[in-house]
Structures are given as structure tokens and as C-alpha cells.
Design a protein around this ligand. Structure first.
Ligand code: ADE
Length: 250
């Protein structure tokens, strides 16, 4: 039977999803809680990876080896990089790259040594289904978040973007670093700390992968704000609403 693996880095990012898994069973592997449950009759294993590429890769490997998932989705928050990628928007990855991978001069900058690639492609069908679900959710954000959160976070006309997400073991919180990343990787839409690692693991196992991130900050000097409150009130709820639509349409 089909079984989707769902990863988020931090508990608040998955809180609204876990609230909707009525029958979940918990199993601990390598210090992570894996919740096995059903959503609209479809099997799901949800897990928190913790932060960073190694933590995400460990988690994804166990998800595949121990829980037999046949596709993987990563969800959570990201910093917006490209102009027009605003707080409250959603980014669905079409490709993912590790911006801190640099084995030059042995291999070209960003290339993952011995794979021949810097960019790992997200599964087109899975990504498209999530992007469509996200567009439907963002068309009326107040239905998911309530009018207070829409006003508090100034979520006027949130958009769904599809393109490159970059990952690295750094929370990007200065304008200088954001400008440098945009200069080096002009097509990068958003930055986070796990997605490209999971994309690489899924590539190695030949499994479809998709990433869906809500933009929590602009990865610049203002990237402190009330991160936790934004995750609770916006990102976690968007993730749950998008997945709800995705599963109900399967
Ligand atoms: N996740 C959310 N915002 C981020 C940022 N600015 N840098 C890295 N990961 C993030």
C-alpha cells in the first residue's frame, strides 16, 4: 500500500498535522518520534528531523529503511530570497541545492561529489499536486488562519512560487549573506536548512520527493521577528491545510 513520509524540522512546524492524525501510533528510532497514521484513508508516517542537513538525512534514511515509505514530503518554513517571495507566501521546490557544498577545486562548486549533480529535482507530479493544493488554500488564507492571523502577519495576497530551494547548515539572518546567496544563485527562491539533503537521500533510493515551505522571513536583518509565533499561527496551519487537500483529492 502507498505510504507517504512527511518530515518537518521542528515540532511547531508539524503541530497542526499531528492534531489531524486521529489514530497515530508512535515509534522511536534514533531518538526521533515517528507517528504512523492515516489521513483520508491514506497511510502516512510523520516525523520531526530536527534542524540541519545531517539530522534531515538521518531521519529520511530511517523513514525509508524502517518505515517503507514510497514518497517523501518535507514541509515547514523558509527564508525568502528572490524579489517577490514575501512572508506568508508558499514555495514548492522544483529543484534543491546545498548552498554550502563546496569541494572545489576537486569538483565544481555546489556539486555533490561523485553524483555529478548540484541540483536534485523534485518529483513533478507530487510537486504539482501540492502546488495546486497550496494555491487553493492561499486563495482564502483567512479560512485556514482566521482573520486575526491574516491581519497580524499582514498576509494580503499570498502567492505560491515554484522553483529552486537552497539548503545549508546556517540560518540566514543578515542582508549581507542574503545578497551573497542571491548573487551566487540568482534563481534561488528560498533558503532553509534541510530540503536538499532529503532530496539527495530520496534520489539515492529512487523515491519521489517534494518540498513545501511557507516563507517566514526574508533571510535578512529582519529575520528574527516572532519566528515561533509565525510557525504556530501560519506555517503549521498552511502545511496541514495543503496536505488535507492533497490527501482528500487522492
Ligand atoms: N528557515 C526559515 N527561515 C530561514 C532562514 N532565514 N535561513 C535558513 N533557514 C530558514
Amino acid at each position: 500500500m502507498a505510504r507517504l513520509g512527511l518530515i518537518a524540522a521542528l515540532r511547531p512546524e508539524l503541530a497542526a498535522v499531528l492534531d489531524r492524525l486521529p489514530d497515530e501510533r508512535r515509534q522511536v528510532v534514533a531518538g526521533r518520534d515517528y507517528w504512523l497514521g492515516h489521513w483520508h484513508g491514506h497511510e502516512l508516517v510523520a516525523v520531526l528531523s530536527r534542524v540541519g542537513k545531517v539530522a534531515a538525512a538521518t531521519t529520511a534514511t530511517a523513514l525509508i529503511e524502517r518505515f517503507g515509505v514510497d514518497r517523501v514530503v518535507f514541509t515547514g518554513a523558509a527564508g525568502g530570497l528572490a524579489p517577490g517571495v514575501s512572508v506568508g507566501d508558499v514555495v514548492v521546490a522544483s529543484e534543491l541545492l546545498q548552498h554550502d557544498m563546496d569541494a572545489s577545486p576537486l569538483f565544481p562548486r555546489y556539486e555533490v561529489p561523485l553524483t555529478g549533480r548540484a541540483r536534485f529535482t523534485a518529483d513533478a507530479a507530487l510537486s504539482q499536486a501540492l502546488a495546486e493544493a497550496a494555491r487553493a488554500v492561499l486563495a482564502n488564507p483567512a479560512d485556514t488562519l482566521g482573520p486575526e492571523a491574516v491581519a497580524e502577519f499582514n498576509l494580503r495576497a499570498p502567492c505560491v512560487h515554484q522553483g529552486l530551494i537552497i539548503s545549508g547548515d546556517r540560518f540566514v539572518s543578515t542582508s549581507a549573506e542574503s545578497v551573497a546567496l542571491r548573487g551566487a544563485l540568482p534563481d534561488a527562491l528560498a533558503v532553509e536548512m534541510e530540503g536538499a539533503a532529503v532530496a539527495q537521500v530520496c534520489h539515492d533510493y529512487g523515491l519521489p520527493f517534494a518540498a513545501l515551505r511557507t516563507v517566514s522571513d526574508r533571510a535578512d536583518d529582519t529575520a528574527h521577528v516572532d519566528f515561533t509565533r509565525f510557525i504556530d499561527q501560519v506555517a503549521s496551519r498552511y502545511s496541514a491545510a495543503v496536505l488535507e487537500r492533497y490527501f482528500s483529492a487522492l
